[in-house]
Design a protein around this ligand. Structure first.
Ligand code: ZN
Length: 310
C-alpha cells in the first residue's frame, strides 16, 4: 500500500471564457491567482491557477479556458463536485454574496453532518462550500472576502461513478480509509493529509457517462512531498497493473498521470518546487509565464491571448 499521498494537490477543469473564469475565481470566490501561464500542448490557451497566497497544494484550482468550448454534459466517470472548505458560520455571507453576483443554482444542504452551500460556476461547474470547524489552513483575504469567511482550500471532491468498487479499491491502495456512508455516497479520508482530505464516491448505476467540455473537471491531482516519493508511488501503481505516464516536468511541480477504472484521470504531483519558483510571492500570478520552449514565441502568444484583469 502507498503511504505517501497527502491529500489533493490541485484540480484542473475546463472553461469557455478566460476573462469570465478569472473574474469568477478571483472576484467572486476571493481566491488568489497564483499563476498565469499557458497550456503545455496549446500555448494559445491559458492555464490559470487559483489558490491561497502561495498556491499551497490542496488549495489549487486550475483551468484551461478554451474560447467558446462547448459545455460538458455531467454524468458518471468524472469528478462530479469540487468542495471548498470555509469557516463555520460563513455560509450566510456566501449566500448573500452569490445572490448579489448572480451565481447560479445556490442551495444549502447537509452532507456527513456538515452545512454546505452548493452552487455552479460560469460553465455549470458543480461546486460546494463546506463549513469545516477545525481547518487551520491560512486563507487568502481579498477585497470583500475577509479572513473570517475566506476559502481555506479544498475540503475534497465527489466522484460520480457507475460502479464504485474499483475506485474504492484504488483509493484504499493509495492510503485512503473508508469513513462513513450516507445514501449512495461513501466517504474516504486520507490520514495526516494536507486538509484537502476527503473523497466521496457516489454510486450512480443508471446515470449515463459524462461528456467532457467546459465546466467539466479534466483531472484531479494528489499530492506527494517530493520526486523521490513520487517515483515510489509510480512504481507501486505500475506493480499493481496501472499504466502510469513517465514523470513530466510541469514547471511548478512534477506530474505522473494514470486513468482509473472508473474513468477519472488521476495525477500524482509533487509539492516541490512550487509557484514562487519564477515569481516573488508578492507578485504571484501577475506576469504571463511561459514554459521555456515557448519563450521565443512570446510576442505572438501574448497577441493571441485575451488580456485578464489583475
Ligand atoms: Zn494537473
Amino acid at each position: 500500500m502507498i503511504k505517501d499521498i497527502k491529500g489533493l494537490h490541485h484540480i484542473t477543469s475546463m472553461a469557455s471564457d478566460a476573462r469570465q473564469n478569472n473574474r469568477f475565481f478571483t472576484d467572486t470566490l476571493g481566491l488568489r491567482r497564483v499563476k498565469k501561464t499557458v497550456n503545455f500542448d496549446d500555448p494559445n490557451v491559458y492555464h490559470l491557477y487559483f489558490g491561497d497566497e502561495n498556491g499551497t497544494p490542496g488549495t489549487v484550482m486550475t483551468y484551461f479556458p478554451f474560447a467558446n468550448m462547448m459545455l460538458g454534459r455531467p454524468g458518471v466517470g468524472e469528478v462530479g463536485e469540487t468542495q471548498f472548505s470555509v469557516p463555520e458560520g460563513s455560509l450566510s455571507f456566501w449566500k448573500e454574496r452569490f445572490a448579489a453576483q448572480g451565481v447560479g443554482d445556490v442551495e444549502t444542504d447537509t452532507v456527513f453532518g456538515a452545512e454546505r452551500l452548493r452552487f455552479i460556476g460560469p460553465d455549470g461547474d458543480a461546486f460546494a462550500l463546506v463549513e469545516t470547524p477545525d481547518d487551520k489552513r491560512p486563507a487568502w483575504s481579498s477585497e470583500g472576502v475577509s479572513n473570517d469567511v475566506a476559502i481555506r482550500g479544498f475540503s475534497g471532491a465527489r466522484f460520480n461513478l457507475h460502479d464504485t468498487a474499483s475506485t474504492a479499491e484504488l483509493l484504499g491502495f493509495m492510503g485512503y480509509e473508508r469513513s462513513e456512508a450516507e445514501g449512495n455516497v461513501t466517504r474516504y479520508v486520507i490520514p495526516d493529509g494536507n486538509g484537502a482530505d476527503t473523497i466521496d464516491l457516489a454510486a450512480l448505476p443508471k446515470t449515463p457517462f459524462a461528456r467532457q467540455g467546459a465546466g467539466s473537471v479534466h483531472h484531479i491531482a494528489f499530492a506527494v512531498e517530493n520526486r523521490e516519493k513520487q517515483l515510489e508511488v509510480r512504481k507501486a501503481l505500475m506493480d499493481t497493473g496501472y499504466q502510469v505516464t513517465p514523470v513530466i516536468d510541469r514547471d511548478y511541480f512534477w506530474a505522473i498521470y494514470f486513468r482509473t477504472p472508473g474513468g477519472i484521470l488521476f495525477e500524482v504531483a509533487t509539492n516541490e518546487p512550487g509557484f514562487n519558483r519564477d515569481e516573488d510571492t508578492a507578485h504571484l500570478g501577475e506576469a504571463l509565464k511561459l514554459p521555456s520552449r515557448y519563450e521565443e514565441f512570446r510576442s505572438q502568444i501574448e497577441a493571441n491571448l485575451v488580456p485578464l484583469a489583475a
